[in-house]
Design a protein around this ligand. Structure first.
Ligand SMILES: NC(=O)C1=CN([C@@H]2O[C@H](COP(=O)(O)OP(=O)(O)OC[C@H]3O[C@@H](n4cnc5c(N)ncnc54)[C@H](O)[C@@H]3O)[C@@H](O)[C@H]2O)C=CC1
Ligand SMILES: O=C(CO)COP(=O)(O)O
Length: 333
């Protein structure tokens, strides 16, 4: 029996715990809040994030990281990206020598501009062969209803990716393997920022041409960054690239898309933050993605525009006009 510890009882941690259990694994969810953990352990329902779903009996919950990690084949990390370093520092001494660490997170660390798998390797002191990433068009509320979806399970060691693929393959969740960890992580982190931009366009009442332009040029920016960092450009045409971008940019279920829509409608940043109950990674990661791009001499005008709106308080109309006024270019530059 494959044993999994899932850290984070939010939307995706809970939905992914259900996937793992449906695929035949024994799962222990770790959460910070005792009331929520007790409710999950006793009722098999997460009342705060997935109230309409009864989790399989093979999912239990604890606030004790050592209990969650005992005998774990996989330690799945689903906390907000900017909290990973601090959390993992506490968990790392409890992680067994064979346990594979799996990132579900779609963010880039502020200050260091590191991808989550890089933070994991550094903090847990493990090599890349013990770190995997799951990324794709996986809006948690749809997965919670067991609607069909696919995803990418990436690890530099293909055998590890295959083990994880088996551990999370269900009739409604179809994971594909990939060894391009860099590409998968960038696809997941940058699509949140492009989702903010498309949401802003939606909120401004703009139509499908504008949104398709942002999505397509957003993917061009992502690919440019990926190429500079050694990613495989084909990854960006796959589920962790185009797939996730389409889901996020077209769905009202996306927290990033919704955050952008609220800003585009004219809500202030403070009002928008107050209205956002869950993690919208792009809000912080737009800055770290831009930092990463600048460190690598890569131009990302849409990401820059999002930073201008979200962090520099510039009006969406003005920023969009600025994007349109950029000098004419070749599409393939
Ligand atoms: N929700 C979704 O549809 C998907 C989310 N993701 C990614 O999964 C990651 C987690 O997102 P969600 O579960 O959706 O977020 P969420 O906001 O639903 O849940 C976050 C969880 O982390 C906990 N948390 C917050 N601050 C913490 C801290 N300082 N230390 C420990 N725990 C803390 C919260 O209590 C909550 O249980 C993000 O990187 C997100 O981009 C990826 C794919 C799908
Ligand atoms: O990553 C996701 C879907 O794949 C979830 O998107 P949001 O974080 O914008 O809700």
């Amino acid at each position: 029996m494959t044993r999994c510890a899932v850290f984070g009882t939010g939307s995706w941690g809970t939905a992914f715990a259900m996937i793992l259990a449906d695929a035949g694994c024994e799962v222990t969810l770790w959460g910070r809040r005792k009331e929520l953990v007790d409710a999950i352990a006793e009722t098999h329902v997460n009342p705060d994030y997935m109230p309409h779903v009864t989790l399989p009996d093979s999912v239990t919950a604890t606030t004790d990281a050592a209990t969650a990690l005992a005998g774990a084949d996989f330690a799945v990390l689903a906390v907000p990206s900017q909290t990973l370093r601090e959390n993992l520092a506490a968990w790392a001494p409890l992680i067994g020598p064979e346990t594979v660490l799996v990132s579900l997170m779609k963010g880039i660390e502020l200050g260091t501009a590191k991808r989550m798998s890089e933070v994991i390797q550094e903090v847990a002191g493990v090599g890349p062969e013990r770190v995997a990433v799951v990324s794709g068009p996986n809006l948690a509320p749809e997965i919670a209803n067991r609607q069909p979806a696919a995803s990418v399970v990436a690890c530099t060691d293909e055998l590890v990716a295959k083990r994880l693929q088996k551990a999370c393959h269900t009739p409604y969740f179809r994971p594909y393997t990939n060894t391009d960890v860099v590409g998968c992580e960038l696809g997941g982190a940058v699509k949140n920022v492009i989702g903010l931009a498309v949401g802003m366009a939606d909120g401004m009442g703009l139509g499908d041409n504008t949104k398709a332009t942002l999505i397509t040029r957003g993917l061009a920016e992502t690919t440019r960054l990926g190429l500079a960092l050694g990613a495989d450009p084909y990854t960006f045409a796959g589920l962790a690239g185009m797939g996730d971008l389409v889901a996020t940019c077209s769905s009202p279920l996306s927290r990033n898309h919704t955050f952008g829509t609220n800003l585009g409608r004219g809500m202030s940043l403070a009002e928008t933050i107050a209205a956002t109950k869950q993690t919208a990674e792009g809000v912080k990661s737009c800055e770290s993605v831009l930092d990463l791009a600048r460190r690598n001499g890569v131009e990302m005008p849409i990401v820059e525009a999002v930073v201008d709106v979200v962090h520099n308080g510039r009006p969406t109309q003005e920023v969009l006009a600025g994007l349109m006024a950029r000098s004419a270019k070749s599409e393939r530059r």
